[in-house]
Design a protein around this ligand. Structure first.
Ligand SMILES: O=C(O)CCC(=O)C(=O)O
Ligand SMILES: [Fe+2]
Length: 223
């Protein structure tokens, strides 16, 4: 399992870097902009491996949610899902199923990148429905995030047409509901805050800024 996961992490990390080149171009920036400014010396990658089981008691056949409505917090989430269950909130405020296909990865934008692009890239609410009786669901969200030491800033996008008033209002509502307020600190600061919030019972080491390449697998975390 470990070699397969390490290979998967390397490949999806490369994919995230290639997507970042497209993101840079789509914002009218140099192709290397995201890589150089936010992903160097290397992006932070957090992979979760989920196996969702069918709930034992389903109240009146109502849908049960394994993960309730939320937005992701960072830059890009690259999701590999073994079967359907994921839903996203469409621009018309309707929940729609995201199809699961073997050759399809889903990419979500996180809150921080939404704020950094002043709402050009949207962090979209999503949720996961529990599998039906007798089945299970496997999924691997890959949180492809900024490098530990990258300083979060609002991108200079004056060359792009301004958002409409409606888009601006919607963006402000999105940002009011995120974990982070402000875009100014290094990424490690936000990440530490988020991890401590989600895993409050973890005994975490002190997070320090580290401009050296990976310390992958060298930090022990007591659970
Ligand atoms: O399991 C999934 O399909 C999505 C998981 C998710 O949204 C998350 O971990 O943030
Ligand atoms: Fe998510």
């Amino acid at each position: 399992m470990r070699p397969a996961m390490l290979s998967y992490i390397d490949q999806v990390t490369n994919l995230g870097k290639c997507l970042s080149d497209e993101v840079s171009l789509s914002l009218g920036l140099d192709v290397n902009y995201m890589r150089e400014k936010f992903l160097s010396p290397e992006p932070v990658a957090i992979v979760r491996c989920f196996k969702y089981y069918a709930p034992e008691n389903v109240p009146n056949g109502k849908p049960v949610w394994d993960i309730g409505e939320h937005t992701d917090f960072g830059y890009l989430t690259i999701l590999n899902q073994g079967s359907s269950g994921l839903q996203i909130l469409s621009p018309n405020n309707e929940w729609i199923d995201v199809p699961a296909q073997e050759d399809l990865l889903v990419c979500n934008v996180g809150d921080m990148f939404d704020m950094m692009t002043n709402g050009r890239f949207k962090s979209v609410p999503h949720r996961v429905q529990s599998p039906s009786t007798g089945s299970y669901r496997i999924s691997f969200p890959f949180f492809f995030d900024f490098s530990w030491d990258a300083t979060m800033v609002h991108l200079r996008l004056d060359h792009l047409p301004p958002l409409t008033q409606k888009q601006e209002q919607e963006a402000k509502i999105r940002w009011a509901n995120t974990t982070f307020t402000g875009v100014s600190e290094v990424w490690a600061h936000y990440l530490a805050k988020k991890v401590k919030k989600v895993f409050s019972d973890l005994d975490l080491p002190d997070f320090e800024h580290n401009s050296k390449p990976s310390t992958r697998f060298t930090v022990a975390v007591n659970t």
